[in-house]
Structures are given as C-alpha cells and as structure tokens.
Write a protein of this length. Structure first.
Length: 317
C-alpha cells in the first residue's frame, strides 16, 4: 500500500506540489543546457517537508530543506506568502495615507543588470532624501525584473528592472506637498541622473487590499517565464524569443543563469521608517511559526519521491 500523500492529509497544501513540480522542471531545464551545479541546487530544494499538527487539527509547516534562492519557484512562493502576511499585519497597525508607486529606468542587456540595480538603489536613496523627506513615514520597496523585447536586429537578452513601492505618507501631502504626475517624473529623472524622462505610475491607495499586497510581495521573476512557451503579453513583455538557429531552451537557461549571477547577494526587497519598525519576524524565514513537536501528535514528515507508476508527489515518511 502506498504511503498517504500530503494532499490526502491536507488538501489545502496542493500548492507545495505545484511549486515543487515547477522547481524540478526548472532544474531539468538547467541540467539539460549546461548548468549542472545550479540545477542541483533546485533539484534538492523542498524535497523534505515536516509539518506539525495544530490545536485545530491542521498541518503547519515546521521544517523544510529550502534553498532560499531569490529565483527558486518554491522559495519565491514561500517568500511572497511570508511577506504578504507580515505586511498585512504591519499595515493594520499604521495610521496615515498610502501611495503605490512604480518607478522605471530604460531597459538594458541582462549582462548590465548590476549597473541597473545600482542606478535604481541610488536613485531611490536620492528620491527619499529630497522629494519624499517632508511627508514620507515609511515604505516597502521591491525590485521586479522582467524580460523585454530586444532592439531590432539584435539577439541580446534584454531585461526591464523596475521598482514597486508602497509608501505611508502624512495626510498633509495632499494639501501641502502634493506632486503632479509630471513632477514625480521629473523628480525621478533627477534622482537617477537620466537624460530621458522615465515612465512612472503613482496612485493613492484607500485600503491595503490583497491586490496591493500581491504587487508588493510578488516574485522577483515569475517562474512561469522559464517553464511556459514563448509568447508576448499585453505590455509587450515576453516570456521568450525564438531566434532563427538558436535553441529556445538554451536561451532560457542562459538568461536564468546570468540573472542568478547578476542578482547574487543583492537585496531586492527592503523597508524603511515606520513600516520597518512594525514588521514582525525574520524576512528570510520561509517557514513561519516554528514550534517543535506538537502536543497533539508527532510531527509528520513528507518526502518528494516517485512511487511505483505514480507521478512524483509528497509521500508521508
């Protein structure tokens, strides 16, 4: 008889299986295209999960072997969930008004991403101490990276790094310090020392709802962009481009490996001011709520494996 699976004991945890499957597909993509070491890191991620039984009879994750890579599908999903929870709890304790801000710079080759990240970070620091200083109480800021269309007749891989930020501001901003859209664009242009007028988006937020939290706590790079077919979305961002004479899987693997190199030891999400002081928990904790063995029963361990003719799954150990 086969051991019970995770979803048989806890149907609400189907996402673990989906994300583990995505992680394994990414691992195979990398292994098949010359990135064995990077592939092995993802191959080992999330193969062991340990849950404890809560007082309500639910399974709560207590331990796991996550790789904690910023680009791992499993770890990105866990990190996003943890940040959403922390932000929801923290924001509920904060007074004042809210603004959702998106800041962009020109697209650049993926090989130049480190310089783009430097420009974004330095620009943010300049904006914070100049245009924002009179009314900013706190913020959470995340850098997202997407693939974009290359210039005509070019086969360079192009990326589009940009900032999403949720700002907590003094109510007097709307009466004493209000900036028009054009003034925001000019302020960001000056902050990043650009010769062009960058695209920005700004809007007032009435309530911190799930959609706003999703925008802030989103993935650095969506895992699906390496696991789906090549296509172009409504904003002309692309999942990939198949140039004549090239291998699309090799392109995806090359882009991913270079992205890992470019963001290595880079901080892509940060907080400041009152928001930082209100957030609880370690931002690198992908587990949440560790509690040792439960008084309501022994912890249950699940191992990712293939059993007989079944698809790989989490089976109780």
């Amino acid at each position: 008889m086969n051991a019970p699976t995770l979803t048989e004991l806890s149907p609400n945890d189907q996402k673990f299986i989906e994300k583990r499957d995505q992680t394994e597909k990414l691992s195979r993509l990398l292994a098949n295209n010359g990135y064995k070491e990077l592939s092995n890191k993802f191959h080992q991620c999330g193969t062991f999960l340990e849950f404890r039984l809560s007082a309500e009879g639910e399974l709560k994750l207590d331990n796991a072997n996550f790789c904690k890579s910023a680009l791992c599908p499993m770890c990105s999903w866990r990190r996003s969930r943890r940040w959403r929870k922390r932000l929801k709890e923290g924001a509920s304790q904060i007074q004042g008004r809210w603004i959702f801000l998106t800041l962009t710079i020109k697209n650049r080759p993926i090989t130049d991403l480190k310089h783009s990240l430097d420009q974004l970070n330095q620009g943010w620091q300049e904006l914070e101490k100049s245009s924002l200083k009179e009314f900013l109480n706190g913020y959470v800021r995340v850098i997202e990276i997407t693939r974009s269309l290359p210039p005509p007749e070019s086969n360079e891989e192009i990326c589009h790094p940009h900032i999403h930020a949720l700002l907590n501001i003094e109510p007097k901003y709307f009466s004493d310090y209000y900036l028009t859209h054009c003034q925001w664009r000019e302020a960001w242009k000056q902050s990043i020392k650009a010769e062009y007028l960058p695209i920005i988006n700004i809007k007032a937020v009435r309530h911190i709802n799930p959609r706003i939290l999703g925008e802030i706590a989103k993935y650095t790079l969506k895992p699906g962009s390496f696991l789906e077919k090549y296509k172009r979305d409504k904003r002309r961002n692309i999942v990939g481009i198949n140039w004549p004479g090239t291998n699309p899987d090799q392109q995806k693997a090359d882009f991913f490996a270079e992205l890992c190199n470019q963001i290595y030891h880079r901080r892509l999400i940060s907080t400041g001011g009152i928001i930082k002081s209100k957030l609880k928990g370690n931002e690198e904790d992908l587990i949440g709520g560790r509690g040792g063995h439960s008084e309501h029963g022994e912890n249950i361990q699940f191992i990712w494996r293939k059993q007989e003719d079944e698809w790989p799954n989490y089976y109780a150990n």
